[in-house]
Design a protein around this ligand. Structure first.
Ligand code: NI
Length: 254
């Protein structure tokens, strides 16, 4: 069954129909979901979701755009959550230079802290990197991220950068963008990345694939992503679903 490696079902846009939506996943072929924390409140709700739904696992971390809320005390809470049974990764963490805030120095500091945390609690890391390719790579190399392991979520860089992350034995989260007409660079990267290193993800509620681009995203759209990858790789849809599930289970230890 489809393994959704990155979604945010704690988001308030799911408040109106969360239960109904999540309950429909099994019969629609969505087998497992990683709900990814992006803020302190989101992490708390992620823990709740993992308790309510047998098929939901969680990642605990603070998105680079949200690091302004962190300090020593609440960072200690993150560490505690990491030891819960169904928490399988640290993240999302990383760098996002698309917006001027928070200051890059602050983003780097908390990215490094979360890499240290991942190593300490022995969990893989989910990395968010947007318009910050060089700095992300430098920090990951400095922290020997290859020993920690993890996934570059919503991978958006070119083939050359994919090679760097492959050298660290990282996985690549591929989502709706692969179905966009203007995603030539990403399509080239996906042709280059071995199937054994690809995970399916949506980043719900964001980045819905064609033909639902612009709408609220959910894991029910993953078949469009899997089909786009199958077409690029010249393999069957079923193979893509099978291999990406296997990859995700290996990475998250499930
Ligand atoms: Ni995300």
């Amino acid at each position: 069954m489809i393994f959704e490696s990155h979604a945010h079902y704690d988001d308030e846009v799911f408040d109106e129909d969360r239960e109904e939506l999540l309950a429909s996943f099994g019969e629609k072929g969505i087998g497992t979901v990683i709900n990814v924390g992006a803020s302190l409140a989101g992490c708390k709700e992620t823990v709740e979701l993992t308790r309510q739904y047998p098929f939901i696992y969680g990642a605990i971390g603070i998105h680079p755009s949200e690091v302004g809320e962190l300090h020593e005390d609440n960072f200690a809470d993150l560490e505690k959550w990491c030891f819960l049974d169904k928490i399988v990764a640290v993240g999302e963490t990383g760098l996002d230079y698309h917006w001027p805030e928070p200051d890059p120095a602050l983003q780097k500091e908390w990215f490094e802290r979360q890499l240290v945390l991942a190593r300490q609690v022995k969990l893989p890391v989910i990395v968010h990197s947007r318009e910050a390719a060089r700095d992300t790579l430098e920090i990951m190399q400095a922290h020997r991220a290859g020993e920690i392991g993890g996934v570059i979520h919503c991978f958006s860089y070119a083939k050359e950068m994919a090679r760097e992350y492959l050298n660290m034995d990282f996985y690549f989260g591929i989502g709706g963008v692969i179905t966009f007409k203007n995603s030539k660079k990403l399509k080239e990267a996906v042709e280059y990345i071995p199937m054994e290193k690809i995970l399916l993800e949506t980043d719900s509620p964001y980045l819905a694939p064609e033909p639902n681009r612009g709408k609220r995203n959910s894991s029910l759209n993953l078949p469009y992503v899997a089909q786009a990858i199958a077409d690029l790789k010249g393999i069957s849809y079923e193979e893509v679903v099978r291999i990406t599930e296997q990859n995700a289970r290996k990475l998250f230890g499930l």
